[in-house]
Design a protein around this ligand. Structure first.
Ligand SMILES: Cc1cc2nc3c(=O)[nH]c(=O)nc-3n(C[C@H](O)[C@H](O)[C@H](O)COP(=O)(O)O)c2cc1C
Length: 361
């Protein structure tokens, strides 16, 4: 399924080396302001350009809105937008056609779709498909901002380098600090160690993974749909659309399993006339509904599979062992580019739930 959501329905189209990639959105309320420059700014955060430690594929990612907007506002009909794929080099992928890359989607995709599958550049399994997620997320962020809901994601760790990030830090401070370095982390000291770790991995012909954390504030108490559409399920469902995401945890996450109830429970208190909790092990969610505390979750991003080292694979024709040296242009660490994608997915999930629950008109 290349579509997601109930009331804010996001559809992804295109392929890595086809003419374009893009997004459709059904359910954008008529009159919603569509601020194209801020959508373009979000797309620019996803681009590798200006990052020394990213893929050399250079795409302009110039946003073209095809339908659903007039005079800067949604018309209420289907929204469609795309960016062109311009920097396409198919040869490395033609050479790898019959020798699937370990760790990439080539093998199961070839078996499922057959030899006709267009897997050039990773096909529909490419990180390039996340362009559409970012467009939808940037529009959703505008809708949420009108209700005082803010969403920010940042790099929490790369390889074994962890960032130190205050729990109470204002989201705008985190966003500004994360924008100041190539790896998208608010911890400047950790940023240089992360950059160094990526350089070392790249020099070794290897790659690194990491963790992206997302936080959302101003989420109204009670947002979320009980049972099958709790906030956790909706976000997790969409987050796993992001290529290379392998795990997610909310609040204390896996640490909760080692705590006692007395430690894990977040005591309620009143601060400035508002009911809050003293701690936020719940990650802002109880019973699938928002508590009013920041929604906090982390996703694990695996190391990019396309590495320069020789790897062992199998020739799909005669099923003989083969050695594969991946060529083409690849990210030695996906994490910095995944930050805006995680933020975007969080935003359109919350917009969908806000529309379902009547928190947005
Ligand atoms: C922004 C972004 C860029 C990516 N760039 C690369 C890349 O350069 N090389 C690579 O092997 N994988 C890259 N990936 C990850 C692959 O697309 C992904 O690992 C592959 O589709 C298999 O899916 P899975 O890892 O979710 O199982 C990227 C992912 C994202 C989100």
């Amino acid at each position: 399924m290349m579509e997601f959501g109930r009331r804010f329905r996001v559809g992804i189209f295109g392929t890595s080396h086809g003419p374009e990639v893009g997004v459709t959105i059904e359910g954008l309320p008529a009159g919603t302001p569509i601020d194209v420059p801020s959508v373009q700014a979000a797309l620019d955060r996803r681009r590798p350009v200006g990052r020394r430690l990213a893929t050399k594929r250079q795409e302009e990612d110039h946003l073209v809105v095809d339908s659903g907007v007039a005079d800067g506002r949604a018309t209420g009909s289907r929204f469609r937008a795309h960016v062109a794929n311009e920097d396409v080099r198919r040869e490395p992928y033609d050479r790898m056609r019959d020798t699937p890359r370990p760790g990439h989607a080539d093998y199961p995709a070839r078996i499922r779709y057959g030899p006709e599958a267009d897997l050039s550049g990773g096909g529909i399994f490419s990180g390039r498909m996340t362009v559409g997620l970012v467009v939808a997320g940037a529009i959703a962020q505008g809708m949420l901002a009108s209700k005082g809901i803010e969403v920010v994601a940042f790099t929490r760790s790369i390889g074994t380098v962890d960032a130190t990030v205050a729990e109470e830090a204002p989201l705008r401070t985190l966003a500004a600090a994360s924008a100041a370095n190539e790896v998208g982390t608010p911890d400047a000291a950790a940023a240089s160690r992360m950059e160094e770790a990526i350089s070392v991995a790249r020099r070794d012909g290897d790659s690194l993974g990491g963790v992206v954390e997302a936080r959302a504030t101003g989420v109204p108490v009670g947002l979320g749909e009980p049972f099958f559409d709790p906030i956790e399920s909706v976000i997790a469902h969409a987050v796993f659309a992001i290529p290379a995401v392998k795990a997610i945890e909310f609040g204390a996450g896996f640490r909760a399993a080692r705590m006692r109830g007395s430690e894990h429970n977040d005591p309620f208190l009143v601060r400035d006339g508002t009911i809050r909790t003293a701690t936020n092990h719940a990650g802002g969610i109880l019973g699938g509904l928002a508590t009013g505390m920041p929604i906090v979750f982390r996703v694990a991003v695996k190391p990019a599979s396309s590495i320069a080292k020789a790897q062992t694979t199998v020739h799909l024709g005669d099923r003989t062992p083969a050695e594969l040296v991946v060529t083409g242009r690849h990210d030695p660490c996906i994490v910095p580019r995944a930050v805006v994608v995680v933020e975007s997915v969080t935003a359109f999930c919350l917009a969908d739930l806000a529309l379902s629950g009547g928190f947005l008109p």
